[in-house]
Design a protein around this ligand. Sequence first.
Ligand SMILES: NC(=O)c1ccc[n+]([C@@H]2O[C@H](COP(=O)([O-])OP(=O)(O)OC[C@H]3O[C@@H](n4cnc5c(N)ncnc54)[C@H](O)[C@@H]3O)[C@@H](O)[C@H]2O)c1
Length: 269
Amino acid sequence: MARVEGKVALVTGGASGIGLSSAKLLAKEGAKVVIGDFNIEGAREAFKEIEKEGGIASAIFLDASVEESIKEAVDFTVETYGKIDVLFNNVGLTNLQKDLDVVNMDLDEWDRLMTVNTKSVVIGSRYAIPHMQKAGGGSIINTTSMAAFASDGIRTAYGASKAAVAHLTKYIATQYGKDRIRCNAVAPGLILTPAAEKNLPKEVQDIFLKFNALPYNGEPDDIGYTVLFLASDESKYITGQTIKVEGGHYIGNPSIADFNAFMSKMQSN
Ligand SMILES: NC(=O)c1ccc[n+]([C@@H]2O[C@H](COP(=O)([O-])OP(=O)(O)OC[C@H]3O[C@@H](n4cnc5c(N)ncnc54)[C@H](O)[C@@H]3O)[C@@H](O)[C@H]2O)c1
């Protein structure tokens, strides 16, 4: 039997990158998938690709900054396929121009990122949970980020919004666990999605690579397979957790590269 056979999943931000990979893997493993995205053309292309490969999918316009739009996507999922077993709250934004350090950041951008990255998770969950309760359970999966755990010189709002998502994951897991609703998050490190490849110059990608424990950067399927696991019953005893998928980038002492350089200089003297 396929890993998520018979389940119904709504994937937000499913037209590209991590959401697209997850939508495709969920469909390949037997789920019926609704792709919600404000890039409706991209969402339609994605569902056509899934159908070409024998999967079952639909696309719906979803703007994660608008409550009614998120509700419509949840309702559409239930009306089309009869239930919602899996909600993947994946939409998230970052802004390298306006989301700066605390003194210089644009406060309107703070509000926008909190709305799109964090409030959308609350809203998606609050509309999906009653359906899951009625059906006897479900799995909510949220995309946070390693920026939730390690701070940076800029992207203050992004990091704070994603830290809130990681903590919110525990609240949802605690509040609805007895209804057999699990809630987990995935925290990607750098993942070479089309957007990341476009926005991050090769030099920046190489800096990440240099500090990874593994000798390569992440790809969308590295997150997609984690989402598939969390959506499936294989993870039925896991809830309230954030799985870090980051190539071992954050596991070592941050000074290790300079320390190694110092040691090799010592040894060559
Ligand atoms: N790529 C990385 O390195 C990385 C690292 C950590 C966390 N993340 C997180 O992963 C998630 C997905 O990122 P990605 O890299 O796949 O990005 P992406 O840009 O490839 O995909 C994001 C998708 O979300 C859609 N979207 C954006 N804003 C939306 C909105 N308001 N309403 C509806 N749809 C919207 C876009 O159209 C796009 O299809 C985000 O939450 C991001 O913060 C990514």
